[in-house]
Design a protein around this ligand. Structure first.
Ligand SMILES: Cc1cc2nc3c(=O)[nH]c(=O)nc-3n(C[C@H](O)[C@H](O)[C@H](O)COP(=O)(O)O)c2cc1C
Length: 176
């Protein structure tokens, strides 16, 4: 793996004050890891449409596909919405179906939600279908995420340690 490739972080939440975003920001800040790029607002991607030809593909979509393709790996951190993955995240993944951007791409999957089992399983299934590769140690289901921040918005230590370890382990895949 050439040095300098970024890890892409994709936040699945549709909320501005997202627990998943805070979780990832706090972990990345404390570990001092700088070589990442975060997509935290998936509303920028128009609805997937099979009628669009390659020439009509929206610029934002072309850009995220390039970012995924050129990344060392991708970390997803997302809540579950109605026993599934959030629509905006599904939409982004639909835009990637006819491409090879996830082929053999290492991915880590964090589902931080009230409950989250179904969404977690579903995201793993979708990513494997797209050709991505993932390992048990790069997956975490964190239940009751909203209760894991103190009154100052700081993530509690056990969850922090768990996610930090996952991110550190994931990074060692690329020696970066
Ligand atoms: C539209 C909607 C549907 C939800 N459905 C579920 C659900 O099925 N399972 C679950 O665990 N949490 C569900 N939740 C609650 C989220 O897990 C919770 O709001 C979580 O903190 C969201 O993560 P975020 O703060 O990163 O947005 C739902 C929230 C919304 C807004």
């Amino acid at each position: 793996m050439p040095p300098g490739k970024k890890i892409l972080i994709i936040i699945g939440s549709a909320s501005e004050n997202s627990s998943n975003q805070k979780l990832m920001e706090q972990v990345l800040e404390k570990t001092g890891y700088m070589n990442f790029q975060m997509y935290d607002d998936l509303s920028v991607f128009p609805h997937f449409d099979t009628a669009l030809t390659d020439d009509d593909t929206p610029e934002e979509v072309l850009k995220v596909r390039e970012d995924i393709k050129n990344s060392a790996g991708v970390i997803f951190s997302t809540p579950e919405y109605i026993f599934s993955i959030p629509g905006r995240l599904k939409n982004l993944l639909e835009w990637c179906v006819s491409t090879t951007v996830f082929s053999a791409k290492p991915v880590a999957v964090i589902t931080a939600s009230a409950s989250g089992e179904k969404g977690h399983e579903e995201l793993l299934l979708i990513l494997r279908t797209l050709g991505a590769v993932t390992d048990d140690k790069h997956q975490a289901l964190i239940k009751g995420i909203k209760g894991k921040f103190d009154s100052n918005g700081l993530l509690e230590s056990n969850t922090f340690a768990k996610v930090s370890k996952l991110v550190t382990d994931f990074r060692t895949l690329f020696h970066n």
